[in-house]
Design a binder for this molecule. Structure first.
Ligand code: EZ4
Ligand code: CO
Length: 455
């Protein structure tokens, strides 16, 4: 029973409890108190221990938070991504001050136990800061397990189910012709699926509707903003009148073959959302994304009563349980939570399995403001589950790739990962130091009367 005793403070705890010298049934209690499941190491390999948890905050163009977990096996470490756009330092502090001390000495092979411990063991559960921190740890642990097994993570998840992950890119513009051109550029690049967003006449615009610049591309990029959030404008009336006309234009110019998507970015109320979904029916969208605020899952019933447009939801969800009602009531067709904000691969595979049972497909969030390890995790899950739908993707600039090398590839409309053991991403700590953190926020939005609007 002494072989499991590698937790600092555990022996003291047992002494206090006066049970240190006792055996028999208390041996089990001891392994519970030390909370190391009484399993042996994999394949007769020496038992692994976490020796260090490094949190790397860096700004190669935009801010990223990386988690590097080191082990007692020389050279064996894992890298995870714990980036939460606009709240990076809160996650870094949660990791450094609260979570890292819990991990030192622990067995990094016990991924599920560590996920349960960090999620439920904190008593205060869920929330974007905590679940992003948990995701950073979780990805690093899957990376370690893959490296130790000599296998890419998708093999550990059950092996390949498809040739690659069907990907979509973003197209936007100031008017319909500009959007059409942007969609054509996406198609020329090999994409079969393109998300289309257009500016609103007479409005400055906000996420996905900007006239002056692409809010969704630049948000959080430190070269694009002051150190305080910009305020952008949104009105539902012009939006609701414009978007169906955009898709009428795109279908008449591009035909039926191209798969078109659109993101409402949680901006509408229920009856407006239902109207939009209904009026987009003739244009056969691949899906309509994030119509409602994440608090209002019950309102998806209103939309479903009025429309057959496929619905996707979830980038603001923080846990498996946020996804449950929409999936079990079949109120959506695609669950698109962010593996980096719901607790990582361990949480994502549970969401995927729940969704499979209700014929819901996955469409994990894949924007520029989560790092390459999360994009890699997306694809490892995508290509190993039966109910994958589509994968949002971005191309990272060279400066990001210098600091966080590796990650998925893109060819002929599909993302893929190679057979590098683990996740296939890394962090260059020396390069990261060249790009110190700079405070940056996502923009905020208001209505024309000055009241707060969802961005
Ligand atoms: O606005 O990740 O579908 N993608 C998106 C993203 C989000 C950003 C917010 O940080 O909606 O671009
Ligand atoms: Co979105």
């Amino acid at each position: 029973m002494a072989s499991q005793s590698n937790q600092p403070g555990r022996r003291n705890l047992l002494k206090l409890a006066g049970v240190a010298a006792l055996g028999g049934p208390l041996a089990a209690a001891e392994s519970v108190l030390g909370w190391q499941a009484p399993t042996g190491p994999a394949r007769g390999l020496p038992k692994l221990k976490i020796t260090d948890v490094r949190v790397i905050v860096t700004c190669p163009g935009r801010n990223y938070v990386l988690v590097k977990i080191l082990t007692n096996e020389p050279g064996l470490y894992g890298v995870g991504d714990a980036t939460l756009n606009g709240r990076e330092l809160a996650v870094a502090a949660a990791l450094e001050k609260h979570i890292a001390p819990l991990l030192i000495g622990r067995d990094p092979e016990q991924i599920e136990d560590i996920y349960q411990y960090l999620y439920r063991g904190s008593y205060w559960r869920s929330g974007p800061v905590q679940m992003t921190a948990v995701a950073g740890v979780d990805l690093a642990l899957w990376d370690i397990k893959g490296k130790r097994a000599g296998m890419p993570v998708y093999q550990l998840l059950g092996g390949r189910t498809r040739i690659g992950a069907l990907a979509y890119t973003h197209a936007s513009g100031g008017d319909f012709a500009e959007v059409e051109d942007a969609v054509r550029r996406g198609l020329e690049r090999g994409f079969k699926c393109v998300r289309a967003q257009v500016a609103l006449p007479g409005l400055e615009g906000t996420y996905g509707t900007s006239t002056r610049r692409k809010s969704e591309e630049t948000a959080g990029r430190v070269d694009q903003q002051d150190s305080l959030p910009q305020t952008e404008l949104f009105e539902p009336g012009p939006y609701l009148r414009t978007v169906p006309r955009l898709f009428d234009h795109l279908r008449s110019k591009l035909g039926e073959e191209v798969e078109l998507l659109h993101d409402t970015h949680e901006k509408l109320g229920p009856i407006d959302a239902a109207r939009l979904a209904h009026e987009l029916e003739p244009y056969h969208l691949f899906f309509l994304e994030d119509l409602l605020r994440p608090e209002h899952k019950e309102s998806f019933r209103v939309i479903r009563q009025h429309s057959t447009t496929p619905l996707a939801m979830g980038e603001l969800f923080n846990s498996l349980w946020d996804c449950v009602p929409l999936i079990t009531e079949q109120l959506i067709d695609y669950i698109r939570c962010d593996l980096g904000h719901i607790g990582g691969i361990t949480a994502g595979r549970k969401v995927a399995a729940l969704a499979e049972a209700f014929q819901v497909k996955t469409a994990w969030h894949g924007p520029a403001d989560i790092g390459p390890p999360t994009h890699a995790a997306n694809v490892h899950v995508d290509i190993s589950i039966p109910n994958f739908g589509v994968q949002e993707m971005v191309f990272f600039p060279e400066v990001t790739r210098e600091v966080i090398p590796g990650g998925p590839t893109f060819k002929d409309g599909y993302m893929d990962v190679d057979d590098t053991p683990g996740l296939g991403t890394d962090v260059n700590e020396e390069a990261a130091k060249k790009y110190p953190y700079k405070r940056a926020y996502l923009p905020t939005a208001r209505r024309e009367d000055g009241s707060v609007q969802d961005w």
